[in-house]
Ligand binder design. Structure first.
Ligand code: ADP
Ligand code: MG
Ligand code: MG
Length: 474
């Protein structure tokens, strides 16, 4: 297959010594401004290391970038409506629930609160819709409704790329790096929700993993909230920590220790590992039953599953939610081919097609956080092994996207090989994420904004693996 290419934003002409200097400077800037992460291999609370990042901004065509941004408020509205449509969620997820115990648990919480009546009708969505360029068009990879990450780091990385262009003598290119401040927009959403709750003493609760590596990104949110309103207190707890100290008050207030929680911001809870015992599931249910405003609520969480993404790609699915045919068309244009693996003729046919041509597809389970999808020859094997099992309906197939390749330098914590091959450029591909904020209840949307972007870049020969980056548009 012919690989399409994008021109890099600048060509570097540096001596080896100059190159070493610039890498050192870039790393120090990144560490000093929070493009950082705790080491997974040698976890130490006192240390962070640079998150892998691209030395230079990656190029992305302006027309496609604008299209992705412009469509975000429409996607916000769509997902809000999907999250509030009980029959669409139930019908779409029916076979997935039978096949996938994790989605089944989430769904049973949803059914419980739906039947009981919601303790809180308002939900906050901090969304990130991800795209790859494919044959010069943007195609949606997925839409995240939970723990949409890197809003803080993306904000800093855009500043970094302006800095490095200037250091490299290319200040004239800075104007091509778009303004980007997702952290502010995301946190305005959280503080707006805090105000809606209308209790000055109530805290915002971040639900985090027991051990958090991605500390820099999450703390940006906390610090930004405090900057926007120093009266808002933020607390951080894992689901496990919450087990012994959480209860409901007389009016279904969520009480942690002796503090009332106004807003719950989930940065964990989308992964199986967050629920090692039934106690964590009980806490999740308690939270969903409570009056606290959830980001996301259980219905928003489910609306972000891969199965719902696939269900929305059926030809008439959007008609249920949106009236204007122009808008429906605009959204459908960014959908890639998505296929259900139900037990019917279509399901059987797509399985045969994918087995014959696996490089044309990605096989996805109902999981988040990266590293779960199946590619190439492994698709054949996985499909073969579950062809006659219920398990298959827990997965979806998606057309594989092949974004254009460009050259860039990747700066990592362990840089020895790069320093030895100091002037070699990597072939990389990028994935654009657009951040959206939507707040509302089953009747109204009261807040709907597009708040920024991120361009994550990875070596083109890796199936997954994101690297924080900013972008210059050409
Ligand atoms: P997750 O929720 O785990 O992030 P994604 O659907 O975003 O799941 O998939 C993870 C990664 O896999 C993406 O960031 C992208 O690099 C790659 N990927 C996903 N879907 C496709 C696709 N259709 N074509 C090419 N790569 C894909
Ligand atoms: Mg995801
Ligand atoms: Mg993703």
């Amino acid at each position: 297959m012919e690989v399409s290419r994008l021109q890099p934003c600048i060509q570097l002409q540096l001596s080896n010594e100059e190159f070493q200097n610039i890498i050192d400077k870039a790393k120090d800037w990144a560490l000093m401004h929070g493009i950082s992460i705790r080491s997974k291999e040698a976890f130490n609370k006192n240390q962070v290391q640079v998150l892998p990042f691209t030395l230079l901004p990656s190029a992305f065509p302006r027309k496609n970038f604008e299209k992705a941004k412009n469509i975000q408020v429409l996607l916000n509205e769509l997902i809000h409506k999907v999250a509030h449509n009980h029959s669409f969620l139930s019908n779409s997820l029916k076979s997935t629930i039978d096949a996938d115990p994790f989605t089944a648990k989430l769904f049973s919480i949803y059914e419980t609160v739906h039947k009981e009546g919601y303790g809180q009708t308002i939900s906050v969505g901090l969304l990130r819709s991800d795209y790859m360029l494919h044959e010069n068009e943007i195609k949606q990879v997925e839409l995240n409704t939970i723990a949409s990450s890197f809003g803080g780091i993306a904000t800093v990385t855009s500043r970094y790329h302006k800095y490095i262009l200037s250091e490299l003598g290319h200040a004239d290119k800075i104007e091509h790096v778009p303004e980007n401040n997702p952290i502010s927009g995301l946190c305005k959403g959280l503080t707006y929700a805090w105000k809606l709750y209308d209790n000055n003493q109530a805290v915002i609760l971040f639900i985090v993993e027991s051990i958090t590596y991605n500390i820099c990104d999450q703390r940006f949110h906390e610090f930004e909230i405090r900057k926007l309103n120093p009266n808002i207190k933020v607390i951080r707890q894992s689901l496990r920590d919450l087990v012994p100290v959480t209860k409901l008050g007389p009016n279904n207030e969520l009480i942690v220790g002796n503090q009332v929680v106004s807003v719950v911001y989930f940065r964990s809870g989308y992964e199986v590992e967050a629920y090692p015992t039934d106690e964590e599931w009980s806490v999740r249910l308690l939270i969903e039953r409570s009056r606290a405003i959830k980001c996301p609520s259980i219905q928003y969480h489910l609306a972000g599953t891969k199965k719902i993404q696939q269900s929305l790609a059926y030809p008439n699915a959007l008609d249920i939610f949106l009236k204007e045919t122009g808008i429906i068309k605009e959204i459908q244009e960014v959908f890639a081919g998505l296929y259900s693996l139900e037990f019917n003729d279509e399901g059987d046919a797509i399985i045969e097609k994918a087995k014959a041509d696996p490089q044309k597809y990605v096989l996805k389970p109902q999981r988040e956080g990266g590293g779960n999808n199946i590619y190439n020859e492994n698709i054949r094997e996985q499909l073969e092994s579950m062809k006659f099992l219920e398990e298959r309906t827990g997965w979806i197939l998606m057309d594989r996207l092949y974004p254009p390749v460009q050259k860039n330098y990747i700066v990592r914590a362990q840089n020895e090989p790069f320093e030895k091959h100091s002037l070699s450029l990597f072939d990389v591909v990028s994935e654009l994420g657009i951040y959206g904020v939507v707040i509302g209840d089953h009747e109204n949307i009261m807040y709907n904004e597009c708040v920024g972007h991120i361009l994550r870049t990875k070596p083109s020969n890796e199936n997954e693996g994101g690297i924080a980056a900013g972008n210059v548009q050409t």
